[in-house]
Ligand binder design. Structure first.
Ligand SMILES: *Cc1c(COP(=O)(O)O)cnc(C)c1O
Length: 386
């Protein structure tokens, strides 16, 4: 065998031995909540389509009309000729939703973090990051070359101690956290982090991938706390509750202008297709017009946690931590045999020993669906794991 294939084969064998081998399953969807896998229809609790917008008629129509009018691709990066007219409207709406002066749309959430962070900090600077922050915040932080210090999950005291010791040695400090943690569903203590950032002249950046559309009346995790929170760098994605694709940063006008000049993933990557941008605009329209609808995913998640005997949900994401990777796979297979899809999440996506089922809830999940799956989780997953 060639050395390259030998390398790949032995890496894969090592993953298989520890139940960490991953495979793509062909998954078809025709509505908000059911998916087809291996010829079987399953009720899915594993989609990030929190508002069932992927199949929403008004959103699909907006995309279709943009496709007919503007064509398929955008043809170039935004700074060349890819900046079609729909971008201005989307960015104005995002800035309005988040209460910032300005906004900038990128190709994806991942690309946003890889572009924004290195445009703000470099080798002399300091980054503080929550240990459970999303992989693409880590990716952007590493790419920046800044000194990277990790604080314990949601531990503001630990972050304060790190800043007290190290802030003075660096011209700039950036604090990175998810607003809603993607695999745990808990919220970051944004008010306390914001005060901490101010006290140490550090810049706070939150990743609201799982907050926009579903928390704070649809405005996101920044608006889900008892007090108003000042976060100068609010990024997120258009690919989860918004149901489309793309990422964004909402910030002040000078910061956004800087991104257009310095963020490499914006400058050197092709602009989003017009139909995708049109879909995102239509989705934001619906959220703005009906904030009560945005509250439904969390209400559904709370029905589940009540019935399953879990701590009350704080977002539409509910983890059921099982422990071992193979136990998580077995629990997922048990639910699949009962007609439910709840994908097992294993290391390195989550820390070792915390493999889990990750449930997410949407308006389309009925109370009776939720009762059935919660009862299975209580009697056949939690009872066994305990
Ligand atoms: C999904 C996700 C991203 C990446 O967004 P994409 O648009 O899918 O690239 C970023 N941050 C968090 C917390 C996420 O969950």
């Amino acid at each position: 065998m060639e050395s390259l294939d030998l390398f790949a084969t032995s890496k894969l064998a090592a993953l298989t031995r520890v139940s960490l081998r991953r495979e793509l399953s062909c998954t078809a969807r025709t509505d908000g909540i059911t998916v087809e896998r291996d010829g079987r229809w399953l009720l899915s609790f594993s989609c990030n389509d929190y508002l069932n917008f992927i199949q929403h008629p008004a959103i699909v129509t907006a995309a279709r009309e943009a496709l007919a009018r503007h064509g398929l691709g955008s043809g170039a990066s935004r700074l060349v000729t890819g900046n079609h007219p729909l971008y201005t409207e989307l960015e104005d709406r995002l800035a309005r939703l988040k209460g910032t002066q300005s906004a900038c749309v990128f190709g994806s959430g991942y690309l946003t973090n890889l572009g924004v962070i290195p445009a703000l900090v470099g080798a002399d600077d300091l980054i503080l990051i929550d240990e459970l922050a999303h992989a693409c915040l880590w990716g952007g932080a590493q790419l920046s070359g800044a000194r990277l210090m990790v604080f314990r999950h949601n531990d503001v005291g630990h972050a304060r101690a790190l800043l007290a010791e190290h802030r003075a040695a660096h011209p700039v400090a950036l604090i990175l956290t998810d607003g809603v943690f993607s695999m745990d569903g808990d919220l970051a203590p944004l008010p306390a982090l914001s005060r901490l950032a101010r006290a140490f002249d550090a810049w706070l950046m939150s990743d609201d991938a799982h907050g926009i559309g579903v928390l704070g009346g649809g405005r996101g995790s920044t608006f889900a706390h008892d007090e108003p929170v000042d976060i100068p760098l609010q990024m997120g994605t258009l690919s989860k509750a918004i149901g489309a694709y793309g990422g964004y940063l909402c910030a002040s006008a000078p910061v956004i202008e800087l991104m257009k000049n310095r963020a490499r993933t914006l400058i050197y990557s092709t602009a989003l297709p017009p139909s995708v941008v049109a879909a995102a605009i239509a989705a934001l329209d619906l959220i703005e017009r009906d904030p009560a609808y945005a509250a439904l995913p969390l209400a559904r998640a709370r029905s589940f946690t009540r019935r399953a005997g879990l701590p009350e949900a704080t977002s539409p994401i509910v983890p059921v931590v099982v422990g071992d990777a193979d136990a998580a796979l077995a629990a997922s297979q048990m639910l699949e045999a009962e007609g439910f899809l709840a994908v097992a999440i294993r290391p390195p996506t989550v820390p070792k020993g915390t493999a889990r089922l990750r449930f997410s809830f949407t308006p389309g999940h009925s109370e009776s669906d939720i009762e059935r799956v919660a009862d299975l989780v209580r009697t056949r997953v939690l009872a066994v794991a305990a």
